[in-house]
Design a protein around this ligand. Structure first.
Ligand SMILES: [Zn+2]
Length: 378
């Protein structure tokens, strides 16, 4: 371990807000600028309460007034309230097995800066130190969100296989060294929440998110809310059986969806070492073995999507991740998997394939910090 001591972050503090003020702020963030007469009925607030709340938010610099719209029933112009995005900044950090991806966003989750770096080490203390160094590079942050693949309960990473972490309390040491409120969560859950907030799934009532890459992640939105289990566990269904004669996943299952889809599991089926990009190239150029591997992965992906659609009948199935090239290479077989599994007309499945960018993971980590800050959960 190195002996560097990162400079303490110059933090911007968050005002104390009432429940009604939090609700109004969140409503404006999620649905955009609105007049008082639109907000009051949506949140079932009386006009005097809303006036009081608005005044607090404006005084705190979080909300601005301006821009008028002729939308009121009386035809009188009504003034729109909007979130002052520039009032606060948040840092989001997504950890992988060997890199960190960081993004600074404003209060409205707009990205204003981003950085990425290889992890110097995966020892928790070293990661804390490195994240704190990134934070110290930005002035006036209000909060920090960190996400990673694994199980996270109340700021404690109970199991993160890629980093080799078991029961690592991450939020307290990060707060101690940065002075910032810190939110930690599973990366796919944070991404699902962000996609539902301002991304491809904005506002939909139900959605399944599937990410493919180093691991296979799943996230659910039901009745307009991110699904969290009774024990704080995220929904996980990436290990459904596809073919009992298939390869083994990290848990030793034979032929589960993950065993066909994880990057490492795909590469293991080739002779000799190669990168994922090289494997994709071989499949694209029609090499027989490579096509077999990717078509088996594509079929497994289709089965997974079909099961997810059977479980939930969602408005949308959102597919993303750094393993997306497998979808491009084996698209037709993906649909065979869907057809063999889904119990209704596959045309009902709105499959939305989102181009992948690690920056989006970092942005969703910042969005996590924003949500937790507003709701007072950090
Ligand atoms: Zn498995």
């Amino acid at each position: 371990m190195s002996t560097r001591t990162p400079a303490r972050v110059t933090a911007t503090s968050w005002p104390v807000l009432t429940g009604a003020a939090r609700d109004v702020l969140m409503e404006l963030l999620v649905h955009g600028p609105m007049s008082r007469s639109e907000i009051a009925p949506r949140l079932r607030l009386s006009r005097p309460t809303l006036s009081r709340v608005t005044k607090t938010l404006v005084t705190a610099g979080l909300v601005g007034e301006g821009g008028t719209e002729l939308r009121s029933p009386t035809g009188r112009p009504s003034e729109l309230l909007h979130v002052r995005g520039e009032s606060h900044h948040f840092l989001g950090v997504k950890l992988t097995a060997d890199r960190l991806y960081a993004a600074v966003t404003d209060l409205a989750a707009g990205v204003v800066a981003s950085v990425e770096a290889p992890l110097r080490s995966t020892a928790p203390a070293d990661v804390v130190e490195q994240v704190a160094e990134v934070a110290a590079g930005f002035e006036g942050l209000t909060g920090l969100g960190v996400t990673l693949g694994g199980v996270v309960r109340e700021g404690v990473v109970t199991d993160a296989e890629f980093l080799g972490w078991v029961d690592v309390p991450l939020a307290p040491p990060l707060t101690a060294v940065t002075g910032l409120p810190v939110a930690v969560d599973n990366d796919v859950q944070a991404l699902t929440a962000a996609e539902h907030w301002f991304g491809a799934g904005a506002g939909v009532d139900s959605m399944v998110v599937i990410t493919v890459g180093a691991g296979v992640g799943t996230g659910l939105v039901v009745d307009g809310r991110l699904v969290r289990g009774a024990h704080g566990l995220p929904p996980r269904f990436a290990h459904v059986l596809v073919d009992p004669s298939g390869p083994a996943c990290g848990y030793g299952h034979r032929g589960c969806a993950s065993s066909f889809l994880m990057t490492e599991a795909i590469l293991r089926q080739f002779d000799g070492p190669l990168t994922y990009g090289e494997a994709v190239e071989r499949a694209r150029s029609g090499e027989r073995r490579a096509r077999e591997v990717f078509e088996a992965a594509g079929y497994a992906l289709g089965v997974l999507i079909g099961h997810a659609a059977n479980f939930l009948d969602p408005h949308k199935v959102l597919l993303t991740g750094d393993g997306l090239p497998l979808y491009e290479v084996a698209r037709e077989v993906v649909y065979e998997g869907i057809e063999d599994t889904y119990e209704d007309d596959p045309a009902l499945i709105d499959l939305d394939v989102q181009p992948f960018d690690f920056g989006e993971w970092a942005r969703s980590a910042a969005a996590l910090a924003i949500r937790k800050t507003i709701t007072g959960a950090v």
